[in-house]
Structure formats: structure tokens, C-alpha cells
Ligand binder design. Structure first.
Ligand code: GDP
Ligand code: ZN
Length: 461
């Protein structure tokens, strides 16, 4: 239960201009705010009904005309009383409306909301669990349709439901084990009779599957970071366009803070590929100015964090001196795909070839031959498998918890093996696995487990 229900307010829509903009308030005593805004006893605002009204200043001057909706807690996003004012989506008019609300709500202590505070309250009031609250942010941030679909499923509870089901199975098994601990003479037979090993194996198989789906989902979320290197005119821009495909426009084009770096995001099968074009890196920067030099160093630092380097070369001309200088700077830990472009001029066949130092792809960005080979190669490097399973748009935190749970279950299996049978260690590892899984939805408390044990198990029998 959320203890802080002091009233908060904020502009809920994105900065910038839009057809509609929303100011949202949540917390206790909102009826006082409604009275202050729309006149005392504003019976006009029937809960969950849209009311068209002028939004006015204290002196009666009109800020905007719009729609007010009052959601009475707990039937609201946050679980508290919520007031939504939908006006026109201009930054100035929304600021004025927000300022008016804060002023009108001074008496009740209305303050500006902190980042994420509405959703945090929704979590604390049990409107959403942790994984769902995270899915709200993921849905808003999704950069591809596949990512948005997956986030929206998590928001609807698909991921949480899967995790809950796993936790329940672990809890059930643990409850059996712990009950047996009190009867040492039966311990030997316990694992056999209850098929504890079989149950554990089943749980581990499900967890492996969830982890696979989550890891794939994480790819949808994070995408693949690709560095595109190569000399001017080898066809970097052409390759980007060819990779993005005719029907998929380049999603974003963010000019870097310095002149040397451009990040573009394209997608293959819904996976975002964040491409850093190092066109500006050239070879060395000693001749450049200070700003440029710092920018170049920063870009190289990012190269070190990339998932793959695409080194583009002209198949017709072969590598140049400048290419050698660039290759010398490639970090050793990042795999390199050597892409030989313009095979329509060189006469190579589209193909993928492996040499000890790199994978080579022969293609023509201009004619389109071999582009599918490069796409497949990038998906392979990303670890993408098209399984047809639904994916969970997992976060790093979820993956870490899932992996830790897998580790504990593996230890548990060890303790349940015939040669090393130790029921208390077995139970302990189950408890640790359960904690990890529960941390995903934020639902863990040890009281839960006690409740399960006493409600389902007649120990006195
Ligand atoms: P960038 O400077 O590396 O970005 O190279 P661009 O993509 O701008 O391409 C440079 C020139 O090479 C342009 O005239 C392209 O039309 C041409 N080009 C790019 N890819 C190919 C290709 O596969 N075959 C041929 N024949 N020309 C290409
Ligand atoms: Zn270019």
C-alpha cells in the first residue's frame, strides 16, 4: 500500500505541439482542487465522464477549452483519485494550465510530480506489478512494432503471469521439501515418492524457455549496436538504405553532438539496429581541432562497446592504406564483418566467406545482391532465432534474475542427486530461486510462502 498519497500534478503528454495535451493530477483531496478550478460544488464532474468546460484562471480569464475527467480511486491508473484535463497540445498553454492547477491546489499541497511517480503509485497501489510498470516505459520507448507488441503483452500481464506460474511451481515443491524436513525418517523416500526430481526438471525446462524468450525480447528492446566503418564512397549510405529496405524508412537520424558521428536506427525483422556511421573518424585526428579530436575519441570509445563492426570495402578497388589504419584501431573484442561492396563492378558472386580474422560478405548495395546474406549474418550475430514463440520484452534486470534463478535450480538439482542428497540445501536453493523470480514482479514476501504452506498442507494429519 502506498503511504504517500499527497496530491501531485504534471503534464502527461510529450513536450512539443500536438492536437491534444493532458495535465494529470493524482492523490487525496482532489475534490478541493476541482472546486477551486471549476467552482465550488462542481457536480458537473461526474466520475469517469468527460465534461467539456472552460479552463479558467482565478480572475475568470480563459486559458483553454477542454475536457475534464475525474476518476475516483481506486478505479484509476494510480489507484488514487485522478483528475485529467485534456486541452490543446501546445507547450505554453499546457504550462499555463499546469501552473493554474498548482496554484488552485495550493491549499491541498498539490505539487509537481516526480518522474515516473504516477506509475510508481500505480505499482504501490497494486494496479500494476513491477514488470508491468516497466512495460509501460518500454511501450512508450518501443522503437519497432515488434517491440511495442511485446511491451503491450507484458503490460497486459503475460510476462508476469508466466513468472507467477513459475514461482508457484517452485513454491509448491519447496513446501513439499520443507514439510518433509520435519520428518527425517521419511526423508530418504521423499524425493522418489513426490517425484521431486521430475518436478524440478520440469521447472528448469520452463525456466530455460522463458529465459530464451526473454533474451530474444531483450534484443527487440535493446537492438544491436553496429559500427559502420569505411572510406568515403565505398557505399556506406547506399548500404544503410539497402539494409533498411524499400518499405522501411530510416526510423531516426540523430546528428551526434559533434560533427563526426551520426546514429541511425533501422530494423531487420523488427530488431532495431543502431548504426553508428564513423564516416567522420577518417584515420587520425591530429590535424583536426580540439572539439573534433574529443568527438573522435568518444566515437572510438563507442566502437569498443559495439556488438559488431561492419567494415565496408570496395570489392573492385580492394583495401586502401586508410583501411589498414582503421583496422589497426578496431578493438580486439568486437567481431568484424568485412563487407565487400560493389560486386557488380568486381564480378564477385554474392557470398559469405570465413577467414581466420573475419567473416567476409560480398554484396552490391546498389544492385541488392547479397543484402539478404548480410541481414542473415547480422541476425546470426545478434543471436536471433525465429521460434514463433511469443517474446518478453525483458530488461537486463529480468535476465539477471532469470539467470540467477536458473543457477539456483541447477544447484538444487545437484543437492537432489542420489550421491549428494541434502534436503535442507535443496530447499534453500529453491528459496533463493523463488526470491530471484519474485523480484521480477516485485511480489515477494516471505509471508506469502507461509500462507501457501498453511493453506494447502495439512501438516497435522
Ligand atoms: P559512402 O560515401 O560510403 O556513404 O558511399 P555512398 O553510399 O554515398 O556511395 C558512393 C558511390 O558509390 C555512389 O555513387 C553510389 O551510387 C555508388 N555505389 C554504392 N554502392 C554501389 C554498388 O554496389 N555498386 C556500384 N556500382 N556502385 C555503388
Ligand atoms: Zn555517404
Amino acid at each position: 500500500m502506498n503511504l504517500d498519497n499527497s496530491p501531485i500534478a504534471a503534464i502527461a503528454t510529450a513536450p512539443g505541439r500536438g492536437g491534444i495535451g493532458v495535465v494529470r493530477a493524482s492523490g487525496k483531496n482532489l475534490s478541493a482542487l476541482i472546486d477551486a478550478l471549476f467552482g465550488p460544488g462542481a457536480k458537473t464532474l461526474k466520475p469517469r465522464h468527460a465534461t467539456y468546460l472552460p479552463f479558467t484562471n482565478a480572475d475568470g480569464s480563459v486559458i483553454d477549452q477542454g475536457i475534464a475527467i475525474h476518476f475516483k480511486g481506486p478505479h484509476s491508473y494510480t489507484g488514487e483519485d485522478v483528475l485529467e484535463l485534456q486541452g490543446h497540445g501546445g507547450p505554453v498553454v499546457l504550462q499555463m494550465l499546469l501552473a493554474r492547477c498548482l496554484d488552485a491546489g495550493k491549499e491541498i499541497g498539490l505539487r509537481l510530480a516526480e518522474p515516473g511517480e504516477f506509475t510508481r503509485r500505480a505499482f504501490l497501489n497494486d494496479k500494476l506489478d513491477l514488470a508491468q510498470a516497466e512495460a509501460v516505459a518500454d511501450l512508450i520507448e518501443a522503437s519497432t512494432e515488434a517491440a511495442a507488441r511485446s511491451a503491450s503483452q507484458s503490460l497486459a500481464g503475460a510476462f508476469s503471469k508466466t513468472i507467477h506460474a513459475l514461482v508457484e511451481r517452485v513454491t509448491h515443491l519447496r513446501m513439499l521439501v520443507e514439510a518433509t524436513l520435519d520428518f527425517p525418517e521419511e526423508e530418504i523416500d521423499f524425493l522418489e515418492q513426490s517425484d521431486a526430481r521430475g518436478q524440478l526438471a520440469g521447472i528448469r525446462a520452463t525456466l530455460d524457455q522463458v529465459l530464451r524468450q526473454a533474451a530474444q525480447g531483450a534484443l527487440l528492446r535493446e537492438g544491436l549496436n553496429i559500427v559502420l566503418a569505411g572510406q568515403p564512397n565505398v557505399g556506406k549510405s547506399s548500404l544503410l538504405n539497402a539494409l533498411a529496405g524499400a518499405d522501411v524508412a530510416i526510423v531516426t537520424a540523430i546528428a551526434g553532438t559533434t560533427r563526426d558521428k551520426v546514429t541511425e536506427t533501422i530494423q531487420i525483422e523488427g530488431i532495431p539496429l543502431n548504426i553508428i556511421d564513423t564516416a567522420g573518424i577518417r584515420t587520425v585526428a591530429e590535424d583536426g581541432d580540439e572539439v573534433e579530436r574529443i568527438g573522435i575519441e568518444r566515437t572510438w570509445a563507442e566502437v569498443g562497446k559495439a556488438d559488431v563492426i561492419l567494415h565496408l570495402l570496395d570489392a573492385d578497388q580492394g583495401p586502401t592504406r586508410a583501411d589498414e589504419a582503421i583496422v589497426a584501431r578496431f578493438p580486439a573484442n568486437v567481431p568484424v564483418l568485412r563487407v565487400w561492396n560493389k560486386i557488380d563492378l568486381s564480378g564477385h558472386q554474392p557470398s559469405v566467406e570465413q577467414t581466420p580474422d573475419a567473416t567476409h560478405v560480398y554484396l552490391s548495395a546498389h544492385e541488392g545482391q547479397g543484402i539478404d546474406l548480410l541481414r542473415a549474418e547480422l541476425l546470426r550475430i545478434a543471436g536471433w532465432q525465429q521460434t514463433g514463440e511469443s517474446l518478453y520484452l525483458a530488461r537486463e534486470r529480468h535476465l539477471i534474475a532469470l539467470k540467477a534463478a536458473r543457477e539456483h535450480l541447477s544447484n538444487a538439482a545437484e543437492h537432489a542427486s542420489h550421491s549428494d542428497q541434502s534436503l535442507d540445501l535443496f530447499a534453500e536453493e529453491l528459496r533463493l530461486a523463488q526470491d530471484q523470480l519474485s523480484s521480477i514482479t516485485g511480489a515477494f514476501s516471505s509471508d506469502d510462502l507461509l500462507g501457501v504452506i498453511f493453506s494447502r498442507f495439512c501438516i497435522g494429519k
